[in-house]
Structure formats: C-alpha cells, structure tokens
Design a protein around this ligand. Structure first.
Ligand code: TYD
Length: 135
C-alpha cells in the first residue's frame, strides 16, 4: 500500500432543490468497517494538523465544510490532495504519513476510522516512520 492507494472516492449524492444529501455505508463506500468517527473543527485558517502515520488504522477524510490540503507520503513517494467537497472522501490505507495543511477558516474535517483510538497505533516520529516503511 502506498500513496497510489490514497484515492478520492465519490460518495453518493441525493440531489434535492431543498438541499443535497450524502451518505456513507461501511464496506460499500469505505473499504473497511467503521469503528470510530471524529471531526476537526474550529481550526484556525492556515493551521496544520496530522504529522503522523498509523500502523493499522485505515481512514476516510471528508471536508464537510471549507477546504484543506492533505500531503501524503509513503516513505517513497509524496502526493497532495485538496479536499473541498462533502461528497468526496479521501481513503488512507495504513502506513501513510499525512499532514493536513492550509485549512480555510471554518473548515470541518470528518474522519471515519477502522479502529478505536489507540495511541500505540500512531507513529509520530518521521525517522521512525521511514524506517518502518522501508520494512
Ligand atoms: P491527533 O490524531 O494527533 O490529531 P491530528 O492528526 O488531527 O493533528 O490527535 C490529537 C489529540 O487528540 C491526541 O492527544 C490524541 C487525541 N485523540 C483522541 O483522544 N481520540 C481520537 O479519536 C483522536 C483522533 C485523537
């Protein structure tokens, strides 16, 4: 698994003049069972989050409001994806170093995760990540 597997999924949209609706079903629209949902909010404009990888946890990131850029790194390649639409989900497999940068003010980032929160699943040191990614 690498940055090539970090794909943007189109989520279903039910269009309605009174407002659109998007839904996400586990194993249908995300390739994992959802154990946890969290969201980042009240993020100051221009702020940076992330700066870690997960050993096992898979995630789907959705910009529910506003926009931000996700810089992805598998230890060999990097790529950047800007999220700004709430019907698009960025899938991150395990062992991807990610930085969330350049938040527009008022952004909300929702994350669906395949695991419960576990600090032991995090790699927060980039050198350690490169060593683990090199396997
Ligand atoms: P972290 O995942 O480092 O945030 P980000 O990647 O958005 O910068 O988490 C920040 C803090 O919040 C850290 O102390 C762990 C805690 N946390 C939880 O307690 N539960 C959770 O589900 C998450 C995602 C984080």
């Amino acid at each position: 698994m690498g940055v090539a597997d970090c794909q943007v999924f189109e989520l279903p949209i039910v269009h309605d003049p009174q407002g659109n609706l998007t839904f996400i079903e586990q194993k249908r629209h995300v390739p994992f069972e959802i154990a946890r949902v969290y969201h980042l909010y009240d993020v100051p404009g221009g702020a940076t989050r992330g700066g870690h990888a997960h050993r096992d946890c898979e995630e789907l990131l959705v910009a529910m409001s506003g926009s931000f850029e996700v810089v992805l790194d598998d230890g060999r390649e990097k790529k950047s994806v800007r999220l700004s639409r709430s019907h698009l989900g960025l899938y991150l497999p395990p062992m991807i170093w990610r930085e969330l940068i350049d938040f527009s003010s008022g952004s909300v980032c929702m994350v669906l995760a395949s695991e419960y929160y576990d600090e032991a699943d995090y790699i927060r040191d980039y050198g350690e990540f490169l060593g683990a990614a090199a396997g």
